[in-house]
Design a protein around this ligand. Structure first.
Ligand code: ATP
Ligand code: MG
Length: 794
């Protein structure tokens, strides 16, 4: 391809310069390309009336992400125009949480600081006949607004003179009237099909103390009026909000247009922010409205705003989730224009994926059962070297595990009458103690009530480190701690807060669906001694049990408290899949349960952690994918979550994609492009997915072009190779073909190139856009274009 191919793109050509970008980033890229803005400015505008939840993290990620990627600015602004529900403590927690997420902002901004400007603008509107004081009651105003099928009609105050309006409005501010006596309304269109345009309220009287402005004001602006002004004052370019504000955009634009005239009348250059809406982040098995979260906090259903069961960011943080995991989760979910609920399993996946790389593996026992090794010398202790990391985590380090004659194992790992396929301990059977020895259970000791209180076992000294002599098979491996060295700990097993995916959709109150087992406290757990001196806030994987976090508030030396952040496997997906056999399997080893320290409490779905409930066929595939195909445990778990996904995976690998590559595409890209549709309900099969992955892996197309192809496949099906051709996505791997185009674009925009060189690096996005819309640019990876441009513009 040469520079002579350099013709402007037409929409029919398929691949656009913004291929691979979500729709908001595509708008931003186009605005930069067209030179509409020299710098992008976004904001996150929370109302300080509660703590932030994980949905807010989506908004923060998008707003901050776009500013950061384009060299723009990101503001944190409190939308604090409602004195009755807002509070300084919420302001502090929000600032703290936004920082924690890593979204960098300048000075903290407050809408309340703009009240004077908003008031002056309201006077301007009154002066030009675009606003009036209405003294009707709330009821009268509602009635006069009409319905969806009937137009509204004017109240008797609509035609008040400018003078009368100004006088009344100023006296409203001066505090002469009680709450509700008057409101200020915009004069727009009482017959508009958009109800929000039927003379919306701009100001109301509220004699209330405001946490920031005190008693200075007794009139407060409403959201639809205040928000666009806040954006305009700050020079916001893209005002991003959630879909439910769709209809509000008309009021937004009305306000901005008048505001621009107001600014000009004051001799100022007016800003022009635009509102765009994206889908709210919704998660199942939880509720996200601050009003409902407040009910849970105030009603004592949880311990506070940072209760680890809540979807608040403070709660997730206290549970042990990292900011990186939250960010990665939303990045993988993408940005869409259609609301949907996200499977909470995907959040849990992102958490595991993150913790896998950062949490060292240690041994812990939740429900201790004493084991005495009768052939191990009394008084002897040895130290066994145990690595902190599994082989698929590229980290090093180990600790010494003390081992002696008396140990504890988990009650759940012993069954007096084992079910079929039991690989753990039972009378006469052998099991491997992780990093230690193979032991055999010789005798079961019970108390007067018939409860198992001790196992007398023998160890095989030839199996030190867990190795077994050739020809001898020991299938099960379990964790243990040394009785003389283990440290006691309280373990808090957190689980989903609700028992149903959508607690708001059921009959009755959402609180009727609270999960009574969302917290199970295990007071007498034992943990290996290496953790005793660690800082609160340390993270671990307790092998076979899950990821745990030393509670930063309650844990202290000598009284350790660990929160379970997440189980090792998606225990709920399996529960939903195999509802029938499961209750039986749960009850099967009943002898193992009594006397455990949380007996009588509803059980967390713990049994599933020990592999008893997944259909054996899928379990076998999961093991094989991890062992033979080199998938991480979390990835193998994901792609075997149901049979159709596993089949899709197999077919894709057979069609030429690498196992790891296919897993990545199934987990991250497929989810995003298919909005969570079941794998067997897609308009393409595993073979096509595998072919696509192969095309990306052999460099025929870039990953972002691959996403474009996948989006097309998800819509209309088709073979990837054909789509690559018809969309013109074949990658230019030769920088030589791109160089002339880059020269041409830089030459054609010499002035901008100079600006860039003098420090306006935000213009890079503009140049990338220019190059990407040429045929040569379209076929290149944006990364390469960016790099070459940076080089050329240096
Ligand atoms: P809630 O309904 O939970 O009380 P809110 O929208 O009233 O939330 P705000 O403080 O007004 O809370 O929200 C600040 C910003 O966060 C807004 O721009 C809003 O659109 C965005 N936001 C709120 N909830 C979500 C969500 N679930 N997903 C994405 N963005 C959200
Ligand atoms: Mg709100």
């Amino acid at each position: 391809m040469t520079a002579s191919d350099h013709t402007p793109a037409s929409p029919e050509e398929g691949a656009s310069p913004t291929a691979g970008l979500d729709f908001i980033r595509a708008i931003v890229a186009e605005d930069l390309r067209a030179g509409r803005y020299s710098q992008i400015v976004t904001r996150f505008p929370p109302e300080p009336n509660g703590y932030l939840h994980i949905g807010h993290a989506k908004s923060i990620g998008i707003n901050y992400g776009i500013a950061a990627e384009t060299g723009g600015r990101f503001n944190l602004r409190f939308d604090d125009t409602n004195p009755e529900t807002e509070d300084e403590s919420y302001v502090q927690s929000i600032i703290d949480t936004v920082r924690w997420l890593g979204a960098e902002f300048g000075e903290v901004l407050y809408a309340a600081d703009y009240f004077e400007d908003m008031f002056a603008f309201a006077e301007f509107l009154i002066g030009r006949g675009a606003a009036y004081v209405d003294s009707s009651s709330e009821e009268e105003i509602r009635e006069a607004r009409g319905t969806v099928t009937e137009p509204g009609f004017p109240t008797k105050h609509r035609d008040r003179s400018v003078e009368e309006n100004l006088d009344l409005f100023r006296r409203m501010r001066a505090g002469e009237f009680p709450d509700g006596a008057h409101v200020l309304r915009a004069k727009i269109d009482l017959a508009s099909p958009n109800m929000l345009l039927r003379d919306p309220l701009l100001y109301r009287i509220r004699h209330a103390h405001h946490y920031r402005t005190g008693d200075r004001w007794c009139i407060y602006p409403l959201y639809d009026y205040a928000h666009p002004i806040e954006d305009a004052i700050e020079g916001i370019t893209h005002s991003l909000c959630t879909l439910e504000f769709d209809n509000n955009r008309a009021v937004y634009d009305w306000t901005i247009e008048h505001w621009q005239d107001f600014e000009r009348s004051r001799g100022r250059e007016p800003a022009r922010p635009h509102q765009y809406e994206f889908a709210r982040g919704n998660l199942d098995y939880t509720v996200m409205s601050k009003r409902k979260l407040l009910q849970l906090v105030q009603g004592g259903h949880v311990t506070g705003w940072d209760d680890p069961r809540l979807p608040t960011l403070a709660g997730l943080r206290r549970r042990g989730v990292t900011a990186e995991a939250v960010r990665a989760f939303w990045e993988r979910m993408g940005v869409a224009k259609v609301n949907s609920r996200v499977d909470i399993g995907k959040l849990e996946y992102a958490i595991r994926d993150d913790l896998n790389q950062r949490a060292p593996r240690v041994l812990a026992v939740l429900h201790p059962l004493r084991v005495v090794l009768t052939n191990y010398p009394e008084g002897r202790t040895e130290e066994l070297d145990a690595p902190y990391w599994p082989h698929d985590v590229p980290k090093e380090g180990s600790r010494m595990l003390p081992f002696g004659r008396e140990l504890y194992i988990d009650r759940d790992d012993f069954a007096e009458e084992p079910p079929k396929g039991w690989h753990r301990l039972s009378p006469g059977a052998e099991v491997r103690l992780r990093y230690a020895y193979v032991i055999r259970c010789e005798e079961v000791v019970k108390d007067a009530a018939g409860e198992v209180v001790e196992l007398r076992c023998t160890y095989d000294e030839r199996t030190r480190g867990g190795t077994t002599p050739e020809g001898r098979q020991v299938k099960g491996t379990i964790q243990w701690v040394s009785a003389a060295h283990a440290v006691k700990a309280e373990v808090r097993l957190y689980d989903r807060l609700f028992t149903v995916p959508d607690p708001d959709a059921g009959e009755g109150d959402f609180k009727d669906y609270l999960n009574p087992a969302s917290l199970v406290v295990v007071p007498g757990a034992l943990v290996e001694p290496s953790v005793a001196a660690d800082e609160p806030g340390s993270r671990y994987q307790f092998e076979r049990l899950g990821y745990f976090y030393a509670d930063p508030v309650d844990s202290r030396p000598g009284a350790l408290v660990f929160n379970r952040t997440v189980t090792l496997r998606d225990t709920w997906a399996k529960a939903a899949e195999a509802p029938k056999p499961q209750p039986k399997a749960e009850k099967k080893p009943p002898k193992a349960e009594p006397g455990s320290s949380d007996a009588g409490q509803p059980r967390a779905p713990k049994a599933a952690v020990h592999d008893t409930s997944r259909p054996p066929e899928l379990e076998a595939r999961r093991t094989r994918y991890a062992a033979e195909l080199g998938l991480t445990v979390a990835d193998a778990d994901w792609v075997t979550r149901d049979a159709s996904t596993a089949d899709l995976f197999d077919a894709a690998v057979a069609a030429g994609g690498s196992a790891k590559g296919v897993a990545r595409w199934v987990i991250h890209e497929l989810t995003r492009e298919t909005a969570g549709r079941a794998s067997d309900a897609l308009p393409f099969a595993g073979r096509e997915l595998g072919e696509l992955v192969a095309l990306v892996e052999d460099g025929t197309i870039s990953a972002s072009a691959g996403r474009t192809v996948l989006a097309e496949m998800a819509k209309n099906g088709g073979r990837p190779a054909d789509l690559v051709e018809s969309l013109g996505l074949r990658q230019v791997s030769d920088p030589g073909a791109l160089a002339p185009v880059i020269d041409e674009v830089v030459a054609a925009n010499a002035a901008k190139a100079d600006e860039y060189r003098s420090g306006k690096t935000g213009l890079l996005g503009f140049f990338v856009g220019q190059v990407m819309r040429t045929p040569a640019g379209k076929a290149a990876s944006p990364e390469m274009v960016k790099q070459m441009l940076e080089e050329r513009l240096r």
